[in-house]
Design a protein around this ligand. Structure first.
Ligand code: MHO
Length: 227
């Protein structure tokens, strides 16, 4: 890891365990702002972004979503959090009813699987829920299909309500794109929504394998943010 130039920006610390392979999950559970904040605050979730998926129309946008659904895409480190755990959280955190034709397909309980293993995990979690007496979810389960990134204003929506935090992140990162992809921004977006707290974020930062002086500077900066 390197600090570049006079601005003292810290580059590329968003991958906390570079050696591991990341996996992907794509989920729909209503308006995509909240699930990005909910999953983004979980240790093991490395990157989050929101977008449109599950439909057939080309190049969907917020104003012209076609038959797509609002979804959140996660890159996660399976050594820290499993797909199974993510699916548990997914079903525990929304009402998996699909109400026909409410805003078309914009809001759907929707779960994608990338491979047979993920599909098997979905079945297992669903089975356990049914055994616990929960009703069978109406969630649509689909093989992964193209994901179209949503407009910038929808990315890290809650974090963007806090100009001081955003300004301080701009001291750390070179571009808006880097902010969007940063693990730290995912955690802070969860904080902005009230899904986590500063103490948890700081204790996680203390365990990141980055240079000690960068780590201290990062923690100071995060603690100085006004919410
Ligand atoms: N909360 C908004 C939905 C936005 S979300 C990106 C609303 O109630 O219209 O769908």
């Amino acid at each position: 890891m390197k600090i570049s130039g006079k601005t003292g920006r810290i580059k590329s610390f968003q991958s906390i365990s570079l050696s591991s392979e990341l996996q992907q999950a794509v989920l729909g559970m209503g308006c995509f702002w909240s699930p990005e904040a909910l999953f983004g605050q979980l240790p093991g979730v490395i990157r989050t972004c929101v977008g449109y998926a599950g439909g057939t129309s080309e190049s969907p946008t917020y104003r012209d979503m076609g038959d797509h659904t609002e979804t959140v895409q996660l890159a996660f480190d399976p050594h820290i959090i499993s797909f199974e755990e993510l699916v548990e959280i997914f079903w525990n955190s929304h009402n998996p009813l699909n109400i026909n034709d409410y805003k078309g397909k914009q809001y759907r309980s929707l779960l994608f699987y990338s491979d047979e293993h993920q599909l098997e995990m979905i079945h297992q979690v669903s089975q356990r829920r049914i055994e616990r007496g929960e009703v069978e979810p109406a969630t649509d389960i689909m093989p992964i299909s193209p994901f179209y990134l949503a407009e910038d204003r929808h990315q890290k929506y809650y974090l963007k309500r806090f100009p001081d935090a955003m300004r301080k992140l701009r001291h750390l990162f070179m571009t808006e794109k880097e902010i969007q992809n940063a693990t730290l921004a995912a955690r802070l977006n969860g904080l902005a929504k009230g899904y986590t707290n500063m103490a948890r974020i700081v204790s996680e930062l203390e365990n990141w394998t980055i240079r000690r002086d960068d780590q201290q500077r990062l923690i100071e900066l995060v603690k100085s943010m006004k919410w």
